[in-house]
Design a protein around this ligand. Structure first.
Ligand SMILES: Nc1nc2c(ncn2[C@@H]2O[C@H](COP(=O)(O)OP(=O)(O)OP(=O)(O)O)[C@@H](O)[C@H]2O)c(=O)[nH]1
Ligand SMILES: [Mg+2]
Length: 300
């Protein structure tokens, strides 16, 4: 599966390289109505071309996951930055049933110009945040080179439309208790004249929001606990001052501070309460999902 938007320079080579590396595979290019010759080139090289109306890599991946049937799914960008000859290394963990998803991690070995300024640091920061919140040990959460089982592709919903889709895919995969294995693979530079669709700050922010949103839904205790802790500590500090003030002469001089401390404490308790409620709701939903999967004859 190759998501493509205006990649006429590279798509031909990507299709050829993957045909050579994986002759048994069907190659499907998902195009968002490119204004260049992407679809034409892909078709001429023997790939099936599927058109997606909704613009955005996230929408395209949602369409791929819903429309295609296969035993094993390989996802790769159409900009010729990932290594086709290594595809079997990436398929191996899935075929050997060690993992439900194998991710080509780019941070082990990459060309000097392959990442733009800030992108390595940004990726490390975002991946680190996810590792911290979700207790994982990933090295490249944003890779576009992945191999997945059919079971995973058919059970992970992708709702985000843009470049935050890799984040969403990674986090939902973990939430569904699928196993991810990373394989260090090379990452090459986009050839001269071809253009990235990624906008550093806009898409970086969208990734951050997507991490925050998914944390709120999947780890409510972490999310609301953090808010509660913040307000609780603030309320405590202010409350201690007010209590000391009262101890001195049995009279509260700092009434506004007392009210503020109370407000903070109420917010803190509310946050903890919301976190606890959502945590229980989540737990019951997980039970339900587990049961349903068992009834459907799933092997998990
Ligand atoms: N169909 C479709 N494909 C897209 C869209 N946006 C990006 N793509 C494809 O998704 C792949 C990744 O996009 P890139 O622009 O290379 O983004 P990136 O690899 O995250 O960023 P760089 O490191 O700058 O290359 C490429 O094959 C794009 O053609 C879109 O809106 N529709
Ligand atoms: Mg790219």
């Amino acid at each position: 599966m190759v998501p493509c938007l205006n990649e006429e320079l590279t798509i031909g080579k990507v299709v050829d390289d993957f045909r050579a590396a994986l002759p048994e595979a069907e190659i499907v290019v998902f195009d968002n109505g490119s204004t260049d010759r992407t679809a034409e080139v892909a078709r001429a090289r023997g790939a099936r071309v599927v058109r997606e109306k909704r613009r955005g890599k996230g929408f395209v991946m949602d369409a791929m996951f819903r429309k295609l049937e296969a035993d094993v799914f390989v996802l790769v960008d159409g900009d010729d930055t990932y290594s086709a000859p290594d595809v079997r290394k990436l398929i191996e963990p899935v075929l050997a049933e060690r993992a439900d998803m194998a991710v080509g991690s780019r941070l082990a070995q990459f060309d000097a110009g392959s990442f733009r300024a800030l992108h390595v640091a940004g990726n490390r920061l975002l991946t680190g945040l996810v590792n911290w919140i979700f207790q994982t040990g990933l090295t490249d959460m944003l890779s576009g080179y992945r191999v997945m089982t059919a079971e995973l592709v058919k059970s992970v919903p992708l709702l985000s439309g843009g470049f935050e889709v890799e984040t969403e895919l990674t986090l939902r995969t973990l939430e569904h208790q699928f196993v991810i294995e990373e394989v260090p693979l090379p990452y090459y530079t986009r050839p001269a004249g071809s253009h990235s669709k990624l906008r550093t700050f806009r898409d970086g922010l969208r990734v951050v929001f997507s991490i925050v949103n998914i944390t709120r839904s999947y780890r409510p205790w972490t999310f609301f606990g953090a808010i509660g802790l913040l307000f609780g500590l603030a309320g405590l500090v202010m409350g201690v001052v007010v209590i000391q003030d009262y101890m001195e002469d049995q009279f509260v001089d700092r009434v506004p501070l007392a009210i503020l401390a109370t407000g903070c404490m109420i917010i803190a308790f509310l946050s903890f309460a919301i976190g606890t409620v959502l945590n229980s709701v989540n737990a019951r939903f997980r039970e339900l999902a587990h049961t349903l999967r068992g009834r459907a004859g799933g092997s998990r």
